[in-house]
Design a protein around this ligand. Sequence first.
Ligand code: FAD
Length: 462
Amino acid sequence: MNHYQLIVIGAGPGGYVAALRAAKLGLHTAVVEDREAGGTCLNRGCVPTKSLLHSSQVLRDAREGAAIGVLAENIRADLPAMFARQKEISAKLSAGVEGLFKSAKVDFLQGRGCVTAPGCVQVSGKNGETVSYTADHIIIATGSVPARPPIPGLDLPGVMTSDELLQGAEEPYRSIVIIGGGVIGVEFATFYGDLGCQVTIVEGLDRLLPNLDRELGQNLAQLLKKQGVTIHTGAMVQRVEQNGEELSVCFTAKGEEHSVTGQAVLCAIGRQPYWEGVFAPDLQPETVGRAIKVDENFCTSIPGVYAIGDVSSRIQLAHVASAQGVACVEKICGKVPAVDLRVVPSCVYCRPEIASVGLTEAEAKDAGISVKVGKCVMGANARTMIDDPGRCFMKVVGRVDTRQIVGAQLMCQHSTDMIDQLSQAVANGMTVEQLLRAMRPHPTFAEALGDALEDLAAKLDK
Ligand code: FAD
């Protein structure tokens, strides 16, 4: 029988988590995927980049003090091993997802999915065979792909997106120009910086990580510059040109033309929703820009068809895709989702790490909310002194009227894990006193959070 209660198209963190939740809630479920289970996140995104960053840090730490020549030799030897390890980890995790499908009795249909009519999905396998299925509900979770704006020269050989860079290289680049100082750009800058590559970042807005609190981007720029990274902000790229064996990235900044050169160029200016061929030509969903338009229940304009994750979401993050997948399935089953989808932690795996949740001071002001900010600069924090990662700080934003925590911005070791307790605080409307109630172990980075909260409490008392 080719009927399912739910068919999910796309097995990224949105689709596979939605399918597993659906199976748990008793829905007869299938997932359609034409590449590897785990999607961008496990195979071309979150996991490979963190694996490479781990390897490059180990390499950098091990070589501290080694002669430059030795360093270059070892990197040449280690680079293929780093990419091999990254691919092995992705493959294991992807196989793990397939294993989860099997034990949950979710059918994994390999091929390209296309919604041909409401309730109908056609799956075209690699062998050219096409099978039709019907479903009560269809979730589109087809994710996103790197954006390539129409800038002349972006199609030159040597200009890559994260997809191509993650395929690996035999030799480290001598130099790389990264177009885009967002999360992907600064993570690759950290990786190539560790390898001793000459890194240049060209960012169109006035700072790195322009979507996050201003101080985070400014502090990161200072630390990266100390590590030898060149940064141009307010720099609009006009074209990329071949320049002998190198590539020149030409940009305007403050009305003047400039150019920087590198052996390779990474185009990291964002990602665009991907749903090519997912709907029959006469069955197109409504859109917002390139994204599939959904309502608060993830319903598209086509009856019985929902969309989650990067293909429809304003925020393109793996945990957002997963949370939306779970919420969508729970709503389909008549349940009230537990997760507050408005509270979104976001992390950057540079050094030191950056993590942020809720409102910044500037955003609170724009929203007309009166807030105070408690802050701890972590120069006197014992663990930070031991690790010596450069200037670290934590900021916690609290409402003046209710003393509730509404946001936090951390830039320090392990902040990507520590942000969780602040996300819990924001989602549950906890006050500064509630977060100060439990003692924090010593010596930890989290002690600085206690100091930032004490500072906030004192400012709220005034
Ligand atoms: P995807 O993961 O893109 O999965 C979509 C799947 O659908 C794909 O497997 C695709 O093959 C499949 N598909 C598409 N069309 C069809 C079709 N017609 N039929 C069948 N299958 C189809 N996010 C974080 O939260 N943390 C990070 O640290 C992080 N790092 C990142 C680093 C990089 C370099 C990149 C590129 C992204 C990173 N992201 C990170 C973002 C994260 O990867 C995405 O937000 C997440 O993968 C989106 O999940 P998704 O399920 O919506 O889509």
